[in-house]
Structures are given as structure tokens and as C-alpha cells.
Write a protein that binds this ligand. Sequence first.
Ligand SMILES: NC(=O)CCC(=O)C(=O)O
Length: 261
Amino acid sequence: MKYAVYQMDIVAGNPEKNRKKVKTWLETVVTTEKPDIVVLPEMWTTAYTLSQLEEVADCDGELTVSFLQQIAKDYCIHIIGGSVANQKEGGFYNSALVIDQNGTLVYQYDKIHLVPMLDEPRYLTGGKQKAEVFELNGVKMGLIICYDLRFPELARKLALEGAQVLHVVAEWPSARKNHWKTLQLARAIENQLFVVSSNRIGHYDGVDFAGTSMIIDPWGNVIKTGSEDREETLVAEIPLEQVAQIRKDVPVFASRVPELY
Ligand SMILES: NC(=O)CCC(=O)C(=O)O
């Protein structure tokens, strides 16, 4: 399975410009790299313009869902569509989207853990649905959003349900960039799966974002990593058979004794 990750800067509060930007990137990357699956960052249509949500948020995933569905069909690619500010059920959510190559919305996940350091609890409602695994090309996968990375029990639940790849879509600040790198490696190693992340670069409202998007194998080897401050595309094939191999060689799932902890 060949990945292309977009480590992008985001135009604050301008969904139209960001959709255009993503469309241009996709048109180029699909032609030059021919990926099976692409990954976008967190809140990529708006950035953290939380005080303007009434004006900039999607309504029930629109317009972004139909925009990504059309692209997925046109280019026959799977899209881990990052997340968008999303107005529904009387609140605003940070909703991540997964669209398959037929244009079907196969999974939507509303961020469960709202991040106090970026004021999310003041403006957003936390997700109420359980996080689940989803399948693309018959491969079980998981998806979490940024601050969720700090909660190992969430990634472990997805791994126990069979996820072989964990996607992390993020707007992680530079102030805590060593946490960003270390926690991604930890989630990959402890759960023996691939971690594929897309983090934004640039700044908004006095916050610098850390970039350093990553593709990590289940041994904790970094296959690809982005810079801290440049827009980039990370491209890599991931050898999925490594997941079964490491789980055989280092059988931590078989060694667990959850009834004692
Ligand atoms: N967008 C986020 O969830 C940021 C998370 C963060 O700043 C942290 O965990 O530290």
C-alpha cells in the first residue's frame, strides 16, 4: 500500500482556499507518485479559528465530504481526510473523515479528547461515539486526532480490534514537539503497527506548529519524516506483512494479562 502524506500549511479561516490548495496538491501527487492512499492534517479547512466557527465550519461534513468524495472517485484513491470543524447536533465537533476510492464515506470520527492548551473545550463538543477500526482494501486501520495520541488506551483498543495502521492527523505545536515524536514511536512499538501521521506546519495566533509528520513501521523505525517548517509530501510503500511478523517474533498481545491490571 503506497502512502502520500500532505504536511501542509493552512490558510486560517478560509475553507475555500484550503480546498483549492488540497485539490492542486492531489492532482500533482496522484500523477507523480500514484499513491493508493493520501493523508491530510487536522482542521485543514480552517485551522484553529475557533471563535469564527459559525462562519467557517462545515455543516454535517459539507462541503468537505462531497469535495473529497469527488476527488476519491476521480483519482481512484483512498483519502484519510484529516479533520474539519463540523457543525451538527447543536454543537461544533472536530470530525475526521475517511473516504474510500469509490467515494464512500467509510468512517467518521469525532475527536474524543479535546485539547485544553488550544482552547478546544470552550468551543467544541467532544465526540460521543466509540472509536472503531475501519477497513480499506481489506486492511484494518485506526484513526485518531492529535491530542488523542496522549491516551495509549485508545490506540490499544484499536490495535486489539485488529488495526494494522494507526493514522494520526494533527495540528501539534512546536512547544511540545519532543512529545509528538516520542509518543508516535511509542504507539507504533507498543501496538506493533504502522503509524502514519500528518501534522501541519506554520503558525496561527502565536502558536508555531511542529510539522515532523511521520511514517513509522511496527518496529519503531522511522521510514519517512517531514521537516519542522516546510510543506512537504511524504511518500512510502508500507510492507504490511511486518505486522504479523513482529507479532509472531515479539508476541506481546499473546503475553498480555489484562485481568490483572
Ligand atoms: N491539536 C491538538 O490536539 C494539539 C495537542 C497538543 O498540543 C498536545 O497534546 O500537546
